[in-house]
Design a binder for this molecule. Structure first.
Ligand SMILES: [Zn+2]
Length: 195
């Protein structure tokens, strides 16, 4: 029995980036491109699950995020252009890193809010309220009428910390350069719990 080849880790990252920007369709389309594919070929490879119009819209989205590039060729008999699409790994990775930086900033801001906020919960944790709201309710839970007490957001902060750490791993390994041949970057992409 033939062993299934392990997917290229860099490509796997790019496929999930395609999914982030363009949903399940982005993921499916990116996987069909290989050394280059026309929309007809993509349609065949996705076994007709996607209409040509959907494939084109998806390719345009992927192109806007620098994940794919195209070459076009003019058909001399009818004057139409044929577009052949493929992944641009260098640009895709650069844009992936930019997106991760932006995500990092957002998470840091959220973290600052979580850390700075004082939340109140009842014993059953029906809801989580800010201090002012809890005070207005005289520290009684509106659901169960139980007493609400100060609750540090340990678990939320932990989740944020983990996400931030994973992104920092990518960003720090990419400092020495952003090409796909950069082994540090590759290493981070391969080893990370990076989504
Ligand atoms: Zn309650």
């Amino acid at each position: 029995m033939a062993r299934r080849a392990k997917p290229d880790p860099l490509l796997s990252q790019i496929y999930s980036f395609a999914q982030e920007v363009s949903g399940e369709r982005g993921f499916q389309v990116a996987q069909t491109l290989g050394d280059g594919a026309t929309d007809e070929k993509i349609e065949k490879k996705t076994k007709g699950k996607l209409k040509v119009a959907e494939i084109r819209a998806t390719l345009n989205q992927l192109h806007q995020h620098g994940i794919v590039e195209y070459t076009r060729e003019k058909n001399m008999s009818n004057g139409w252009f044929t577009y052949t699409w493929k992944i641009n790994p260098d640009r895709a990775m650069r844009n992936l890193l930019t997106a991760k930086k932006r995500e990092h900033e957002k998470l840091r801001a959220k973290m600052a809010t979580e850390e700075g906020a004082q939340f109140y919960k009842c014993r059953k944790a029906c809801m989580k309220l800010a201090f002012e709201q809890a005070m207005e309710l005289q520290f009684r839970c509106p659901e169960c009428n139980g007493k609400m007490a100060y609750a540090q957001n340990q678990s939320d902060v932990k989740v944020l910390e983990d996400k931030i750490g994973a992104i920092e791993q990518i960003l720090s390994s990419s400092k020495s350069g952003l090409t796909t041949t950069n082994s540090g970057l590759m290493q981070a992409m391969v080893s990370g719990k990076i989504k």
